[in-house]
Design a protein around this ligand. Structure first.
Ligand SMILES: Cc1cc2nc3c(=O)[nH]c(=O)nc-3n(C[C@H](O)[C@H](O)[C@H](O)COP(=O)(O)OP(=O)(O)OC[C@H]3O[C@@H](n4cnc5c(N)ncnc54)[C@H](O)[C@@H]3O)c2cc1C
Length: 556
């Protein structure tokens, strides 16, 4: 059912998007006593918030596909109603955003993840207290099954032994976030009691208890309503035939809007609101959907939204080892092994409490490129491949990458990655080759291991060159950067879209808080780091004085 918003109500803060950035910041702002409206375009997800999407064997329980770790891979089998159909990359458009659909891998950031690319005020020393807060609320675990056991670890053991023989040290990764050099460990997940945990179970739970916190789902933010650099409200429209429509206002004078719609979604919303490079705003102006209602061109704010785009550069290798045991997590959707389903339903234990497709080990190293920049590499293994004894290991090139891409908007208002960020720089490529060469050398010594990809006799450079630089072949779903934070104001030739308070340049009450503000790549999967950034942003935003108009109102 689609109903109009209450035109008489206004909010101190309207937060758009309920992902890794949006839920935590909405919680923090409501904790500070502000009235908050969190707007999410997708439907309910987790069972604890009355989500309903589930296979038949979960009927009669309060669990959904989003809660059961063994079903997380289902997004690749059938993303209908879960992914964002307006994007050309995979992302979750449900309550919780990526934190509802992702693999729940969860890492404390390496100090360099902040120190190398984030601006002053956002360095590791500034962020540490926020990281600590995040890990107090969401500790994470290396043993997701409630009984504390790890299941089907043959792949971990075979590769782990090889890594140790090759000089790697086994660690508990989040006990040593700064040790990302020749180390490996078990995957760490935001799972608790065998179910997906994370922001949906923590930040959203505390926010929901407050009378000053309000949540709308199935409601799309179409555009920001603004006069010059001041946003007065947000135009909403129903999604999936449900939700709310109409203009919802921020508190006159003092209200603020936080855009947390993800790296693609936040950029898209800014484009539709007349904020971005002229070529993109011209596309929106020329569109059938927005052309007649778009803000006048003399109000456009020219910022490099959509540029500085980045993602981990993925390179998949595949090995086979006779000890490896494949588990059919895909089959568990319709036809789970009865004993495994029972164990999960009764005890939240067993293989289905482990994230599909049995992720781990995760290993790290650092390599210096020919340009002198040290780059971080993460190898992430999973039991899946061409044969039942195969393991795929994705090599992520992270902190230190210099290649960047761009996302843009199309006439139908879908977005696309128009310049892929992968390996545009020769130094990035040199390190990818170095990393693959290194791990091949180590794993080749594992007894009985055979190479599936690349073939044992294929030269590493030729192999790396053979993997296309496309989202399909190299994408990692870790998009960052379209609304970069920094002091170099993008209106005057810099690359930054938001200032050090996460405020959009040229505006006085509009902020962006999500992965899109990351200036560069991080070492590991980004969720924990995004939540820490949201914690920091909440502190910064709450400390900001109200815009000048508010001071005038108060004096008059
Ligand atoms: C399949 C997959 C697996 C992943 N695995 C991992 C992992 O294991 N570990 C990890 O750390 N990271 C993982 N990631 C990445 C991680 O989930 C994302 O980096 C993170 O969720 C991004 O946070 P965000 O707040 O920027 O955006 P998101 O979490 O994407 O949230 C954006 C939200 O905004 C909503 N939205 C967008 N536009 C609008 C609008 N106009 N109006 C209203 N709402 C809107 C969306 O529906 C969405 O809910 C994975 C991602 C995917 C897709």
């Amino acid at each position: 059912q689609c109903t109009p918003v209450d035109a008489n109500k206004s909010y101190d803060y309207i937060v758009i998007g309920s992902g890794a950035g949006g839920i935590p910041i909405a919680d923090k702002l409501s904790e500070a006593g502000k009235s908050v409206l969190l707007v999410e375009k997708g439907p309910l997800s987790s069972g604890i918030w009355n989500g309903t999407m589930k296979p038949s064997w979960l009927e009669g329980t309060n669990l959904t596909r989003f809660d059961v770790p063994g079903l997380f891979n289902q997004i690749w089998a059938d993303p209908t109603g879960v992914n964002c159909p307006d994007l050309d990359v995979m992302a979750g458009c449900v309550l919780g955003g990526g934190t509802a659909v992702n693999s729940a891998l969860y890492w404390k950031p390496h100090p360099r993840d902040f120190d190398l690319s984030f601006p002053d005020g956002w360095k590791n020393s500034d962020m540490q207290k926020h990281v600590d807060t995040v890990f107090k609320r969401i500790p994470g675990t290396t043993t997701p099954s409630k009984d504390g056991k790890l299941y089907l670890q043959q792949g971990f053991d075979a590769v782990g032994k090889g890594l140790v023989a090759g000089g790697f040290k086994e660690i508990i990764p989040n006990d040593h976030p700064d040790q990302k050099n020749n180390t490996f460990g078990h995957s760490t997940f935001f799972i608790e009691n065998g179910e997906r945990h994370g922001p949906l179970r923590t930040y959203l739970a505390t926010a929901m208890e407050r009378a000053n916190f309000n949540l709308l789902v199935n409601t799309n933010a179409r555009r920001l309503v603004r006069t010059g650099g001041h946003v007065t409200g947000v135009e909403l429209e129903c999604a999936q035939g449900q939700g709310r429509s109409g203009i919802v206002k921020v508190t006159p004078g003092t209200g603020r809007v936080i855009v947390s719609a993800g790296t693609m979604g936040s950029a898209k919303l800014l484009f539709r609101s007349g904020i971005g490079p002229k070529d993109q705003l011209d596309v929106v102006k020329g569109s059938a959907l927005d052309g007649s209602t778009m803000i006048a061109s003399d109000q456009w704010i020219n910022l490099p939204v959509g540029q500085n785009l980045n993602d981990h550069v993925g390179t998949d290798i595949q090995i086979s080892h006779p000890s490896i045991v494949f588990y059919d997590f895909y089959g568990a959707w319709n036809n789970p092994v009865k004993a495994d389903a029972d164990k999960y339903l009764k005890e939240r234990s067993g293989i289905l409490a482990q994230v599909a497709p049995n992720l781990g080990p995760i290993a790290w190293n650092q390599f210096q490129g020919p340009d002198g920049i040290v780059r971080h590499i993460q190898w992430q293994a999973r039991i899946e491949g061409r044969t039942p004894t195969s393991m795929t290991i994705t090599q992520y090139l992270g902190t230190g990458t210099v290649s960047r891409g761009r996302m843009t908007i199309l006439g139908n208002l879908n977005t696309r990655v128009s310049t892929v960020p992968y390996l545009r720089d020769a130094n990035d490529k040199a390190v990818v080759i170095q990393g693959i060469d290194y791990i091949r050398g180590i794993l080749s010594k594992v007894p009985d291991l055979t190479w599936v990809v690349p073939a044992a006799n294929q030269n590493t450079t030729a192999f790396v060159n053979s993997v296309p630089a496309t989202v399909g072949s190299r994408g990692s779903n870790h998009w960052v950067g379209s609304c970069t934070i920094g002091t170099d104001d993008g209106r005057t030739g810099g690359k930054s879209v938001v200032d050090l308070d996460t405020k959009v340049y040229g505006t006085d009450n509009l902020f962006v808080v999500d992965a899109s503000i990351f200036p560069g790549m991080m070492t590991g999967n980004p969720t924990a780091m995004i939540i820490a950034v949201a914690e920091r942003a909440a502190e910064k935003i709450l400390a900001l004085k109200a815009p000048a108009s508010r001071s005038r109102i108060m004096r008059d």
